[in-house]
Design a binder for this molecule. Structure first.
Ligand SMILES: NC(=O)c1ccc[n+]([C@@H]2O[C@H](COP(=O)([O-])OP(=O)(O)OC[C@H]3O[C@@H](n4cnc5c(N)ncnc54)[C@H](OP(=O)(O)O)[C@@H]3O)[C@@H](O)[C@H]2O)c1
Length: 281
């Protein structure tokens, strides 16, 4: 099948393009330089020109703290842009898979979030991503899948393990928050699942797809150092001790209540796969 991937220069999209090509699909990856999803006519032109069977929208404004200072820029991509991509896909009869986030939740539930749970974003980024979900559902009511995922890390982008490993080479002590808990998800595993969703039985609506298991950023940092065999002290701290412009959910573990949802490997396996991919890159 023919797949169009937006935001193709990004961390997740890079792995989606690779996974789709490896599965034998015809892949058109358009980075921001070739397609700005916030420009309605440009999106329609590109989708009409490429005539894909499915579009996977990986384009997003992902600077969570930056969005607090520039909500319009975040909304142009995450809300309006998401709607334009879905509209264009619907216009050519293509299915749209749109990627969303655990940050649409307030983080206060304390047990894993399911698709039917009420949303309540606490940040501009999360609010704009929620508006994007709604725009996608409105523009392509019968032909969309919204995949919510969380805490992505991969070799093609700036991510938490890469940052921790860099800091560990510069310092003897790393202080990492232990009161935010989520599912660190390897983009290689998610990309595979997205491509399988694109070429499998259509799954309409919202679907949670994140790594199995859960952990805090501190747990994740400890595992990164263990896997990399780096001897550095990792000390837990609270979110309050490390203030950031955007509020993050305290607990945003995602699980699915849908029978057809892909099940990803545990995040420890994701981390091992990431470390292997880093060496190979
Ligand atoms: N990273 C996470 O922890 C995480 C967690 C949950 C969900 N997600 C979601 O996963 C998806 C992929 O994120 P990612 O981690 O791969 O982020 P990423 O590496 O920042 O990729 C996003 C890509 O979108 C591009 N982009 C920005 N504005 C655009 C525009 N107007 N038109 C076209 N492309 C544009 C970016 O280009 P520039 O780099 O040039 O700006 C970047 O290449 C996003 O929907 C994100 O919200 C991410």
């Amino acid at each position: 099948m023919r797949l169009l991937i937006t935001g193709a220069g990004g961390m997740l999209a890079t792995d989606v393009v690779a996974a789709a090509s490896a599965r034998g699909h015809e892949v058109v990856g358009l980075g921001r330089d070739r397609l700005d999803v916030s420009v309605r006519e440009a999106v329609l032109d590109a989708v009409v020109r490429e005539r894909p069977d499915a579009v996977i929208n990986c384009a997003a404004y992902t600077n969570v703290d930056g969005a607090e200072a520039d909500p319009d820029a975040a909304a142009a991509v995450n809300a309006a842009g998401a709607g334009f991509v879905a509209q264009a896909a619907a216009a050519v009869g293509a299915w749209v898979l749109h990627v969303s986030t655990d940050y649409v939740f307030d983080g206060e539930k304390g047990t894993p979030y399911l698709e039917s749970d009420p949303t309540g974003p606490r940040s501009v980024y999360g609010s704009t991503k929620l508006l994007g979900e709604r725009a996608v559902a409105l523009a392509a009511p019968d032909t969309h899948t919204i995949v919510r995922t969380s805490w992505l890390f991969g070799v093609a982008g700036h991510c938490f393990p890469a940052t921790m490993l860099r800091l560990a080479s510069e310092r003897d002590l790393l202080t990492v928050v232990d009161d935010q808990v989520g599912c660190p998800t390897f983009t290689g595993h998610l990309a595979q699942a997205l491509v399988e969703l694109a070429d499998g039985e259509p799954q309409r609506g919202i679907m949670h797809v994140a790594a199995a298991g859960e952990g805090s950023w501190y747990d994740f940092a400890v595992e990164i150092m263990r896997e990399a065999d780096v001897n550095v002290e990792v000390r837990p701290c609270s979110t309050a001790a490390f203030p950031r412009p955007a509020r993050r959910p305290a607990y945003s573990v995602l699980r699915s209540e849908r029978a057809g949802a892909p099940v990803l490997p545990d995040w420890h396996d994701g981390l091992r796969a990431y470390m292997a991919a880093r060496v190979a890159a």
